[in-house]
Write a protein that binds this ligand. Structure first.
Ligand SMILES: Nc1ncnc2c1ncn2[C@@H]1O[C@H](COP(=O)(O)OP(=O)(O)OP(=O)(O)O)[C@@H](O)[C@H]1O
Ligand SMILES: [Mg+2]
Length: 258
């Protein structure tokens, strides 16, 4: 703790197509301290997923500088310091819940016997998945599939969790519950979380800071610190007037950005 999880300086990100490059986000200056819960809002197509991909080393930047826990994104990925929960729960339908959660250990080359005893069971209990070990993804609910995807991202004990609209497809009630579960995981583990969402309420409820991205050209529009309207451990009530006012302010800024 105490260091910087993600540090970006004049970062340019986008996609190469042969010799051409299409910039999605330019001049990204971002510093995320270790242990922070940062939420990211922005119109569809502005580059939120692309930014997470660069941090996770699934995509190389076009220019500028980025470090993840003080080293390159590639070194952080190889050391399994980053965990990714994708926009749709990408579970393998032919593997059981338990085997889906085991997947990073298998892909990463560590056999499951290398995991500390009880690790998978603990994570499953934490996410309320105990008893579902032998079901297939088609035999559990959408909310449970999202939890399996989160459990899978936690198996490696990554220091940074990159979450791309993980609860986007869920009903509001389930999403609220998973928001609270995620907050307690964050409080218990002290992980750094970068969380992309389309829900302004969710961004305000979860984040210690909110980063708002704009499109055409893609850029960081502003970053707001929510700590002054929350308790020291980031707790708040959804109906608190300061929280309601912040949601309204974010909605106005997002409307201007779209
Ligand atoms: N593999 C790719 N090759 C080229 N362009 C891409 C690729 N993936 C995404 N893009 C483009 O990059 C831009 C940013 O995409 P990105 O997926 O990061 O947006 P987003 O902010 O996550 O949007 P959403 O909220 O809809 O998920 C879009 O214009 C998209 O069309
Ligand atoms: Mg996206």
């Amino acid at each position: 703790m105490g260091g910087t999880a993600v540090d970006a300086d004049s970062l340019q990100i986008g996609y190469r197509n042969g010799r051409d490059a299409v910039t999605v986000l330019s001049d990204v200056d971002l510093s995320v301290p270790q242990g922070e819960f940062l939420t990211i809002l922005g119109p569809s197509g502005c580059g939120k997923s692309t930014l997470l991909r660069v941090i996770a080393n699934l995509l190389d930047p076009l220019g500028g500088r980025i470090t993840v826990l003080g080293s390159t994104p590639e070194a952080a990925r190889r050391a399994r310091k980053t965990g990714f929960v994708f926009q749709d729960a990408t579970l393998l339908p032919w593997r059981t819940v338990l085997k889906n959660i085991h997947l990073p250990a298998v892909v990463g080359g560590a056999l499951s016997k290398d995991l500390p005893p009880g690790r998978i069971e603990d994570i499953m209990a934490l996410l309320g998945l105990s008893g579902l070990e032998n079901r297939y993804p088609s035999q559990i609910s959408g909310g449970q599939r999202q939890r399996v995807a989160i459990a899978r991202a936690l198996v490696d004990e990554p220091e940074i969790l990159l979450m791309d609209e993980p609860f986007g497809a869920l009903d509001e009630f389930t999403r609220d519950r998973l928001n609270d579960e995620l907050l307690s995981i964050w409080r218990d583990t002290g992980k750094t979380i970068l969380f992309v969402t389309h829900s302004i309420e969710e961004a305000v409820y979860l984040g210690q800071r909110i980063m708002l991205l704009g499109a055409n050209p893609g850029c960081i529009l502003n970053t707001r610190d929510l700590r002054p309207i929350k308790s020291a451990d980031n707790r708040c009530r959804r109906e608190d007037p300061a929280i309601v006012a912040e949601i309204a302010a974010q909605r106005r800024m997002l409307a201007e950005a779209t």
